[in-house]
Design a protein around this ligand. Structure first.
Ligand code: OSB
Ligand code: MG
Length: 374
């Protein structure tokens, strides 16, 4: 495919309900979308960076910078045989993984459209339905959280994950477990603890959690292994895993028993597939994380989740949990038994609503082949 033009834009989308983690509260998303125009198709990619550098070092603004100044120019005017061919072209830029992943996602979408195939098949997926879990943020009160869990359990979701932090953990888990002794339950600390608190974290064992996600430092693997050795509950790494080598390190050290794969965090689908293969070879189950995506990113997560080693319910849930109106048609829906039926139409399987996107756009820039190349 010849990369003829790339449009970068920012849209704003208010969340139906705020989302709070140990690193802060989000009420409105500032989402970057790219459109890659090839000679045969158009592909869309969503950037999963947050509004500020709180989950990781990237943000909406740094992704805009990396894409417009370096990454778009690295592929514009070039002919790529496959979407993965962008990876070596981007390699000169250190980090900026979410920015890279945005363009790679758009290339995969365009590639699938050109081939007239559903993206999930091109990725090597085998599932026709995926299992859904939900991630529920920190609320203003425990009662409010229990009400939210009740809604999601009734909606059929197969795994409930709650956000925890010091002061919002044992008390909360205790209340959840006494009301729902048998649900598949996990928690995510987004790096809110240190190894000094191992004793405290050992108390989580009594709640029979499926996993504790990223309890320690965002850049740590080694001390998670120390912690894992002291816990019955499985640890899952999210923030610490940037590439396949990190996944192998974590497996070799025994730093976790489960891995959360987010294509954005790891620099794109090619690296996500490599991590998937590392996990499969080492018999670590992995699952698909979420980053409060709009329908474009959500559709991509669905496609990725069809791969064999996505063995646990992901944070891939219905559009209506986040958005009054999603930018794909149909909106992503979950069956009463907590599954998403994977669409079989070419590309993402959901139509991108470009008219609505245009209305939500607050800035936009188009880059054409022949512009500055570094
Ligand atoms: O750690 O998984 C996380 C959202 C923003 C940043 C980090 C995380 C999350 C979630 C939300 O847990 C998952 C979702 O999109 O539903
Ligand atoms: Mg997480």
């Amino acid at each position: 495919m010849n990369i003829e033009a790339i449009t970068l834009r920012e849209i704003r989308m208010p969340l139906v309900h705020f989302f709070e983690t140990s690193f802060g509260r989000t009420t409105e998303r500032r989402i970057l979308l790219v459109t890659v125009h090839t000679d045969g198709a158009e592909g869309w990619g969503e950037c999963v960076a947050g509004e500020g550098p709180f989950y990781n070092e990237e943000s909406t603004e740094t992704a805009w910078y990396a894409i417009s100044e370096f990454l778009a120019p690295a592929i514009l005017g070039h002919r790529l045989e496959r979407p993965s061919d962008c990876v070596p072209r981007f390699a000169r830029v250190r980090e900026h993984r979410m920015a890279k992943a945005t363009l790679e996602a758009a290339l995969w979408h365009a590639f699938a459209v050109e081939k007239g195939q559903p993206l999930w098949r091109l990725l090597g997926g085998t599932r026709t339905r995926i299992e859904c879990g939900v991630s529920i943020g920190i609320q203003d009160s425990v009662e409010q959280l229990l009400d939210k869990i009740a809604v999601e359990v009734a909606a059929g979701y197969r795994r409930i994950k709650v956000k925890v932090k010091p002061g919002w953990d044992l008390n909360v888990l205790e209340r959840i477990r006494s009301r729902w002794p048998d649900i598949l339950l996990s928690c995510d600390a987004n790096s809110a603890y240190t190894l000094d608190q191992a004793e405290h974290l050992r108390k989580f064992d009594q709640f029979r959690l499926l996993m504790i996600e990223q309890p320690l430092w965002n850049d740590d693997i080694f001390y998670h292994a120390r912690l894992q050795a002291q816990l019955q509950t499985s640890l899952c790494l999210d923030e610490s895993i940037h590439h396949a080598r990190d996944a192998a390190t974590a497996a070799d050290l025994g730093a976790c028993r489960i891995i959360n794969i987010k294509q954005g965090r790891v620099g794109g689908l090619t690296e996500a597939l490599r991590i998937h293969d590392v996990c499969r070879e080492r018999r670590l189950p992995n699952w698909c994380g979420g980053m409060l995506e709009s329908g474009v990113g959500r559709a991509l997560n669905i496609a990725l989740s069809t791969l064999e080693n996505f063995r646990l319910p992901g944070d891939v849930s219905a559009s209506k949990r986040y958005w009054m109106e999603d930018i794909v048609d149909p909106a992503v829906e979950v069956t009463p038994d907590g599954q998403i039926l994977v669409p079989d139409s070419p590309g993402l399987g959901y139509k991108v609503r470009s008219d609505l996107i245009e209305k939500l756009t607050v800035r936009k820039e188009t880059f054409k082949a022949g512009s500055t190349n570094y």
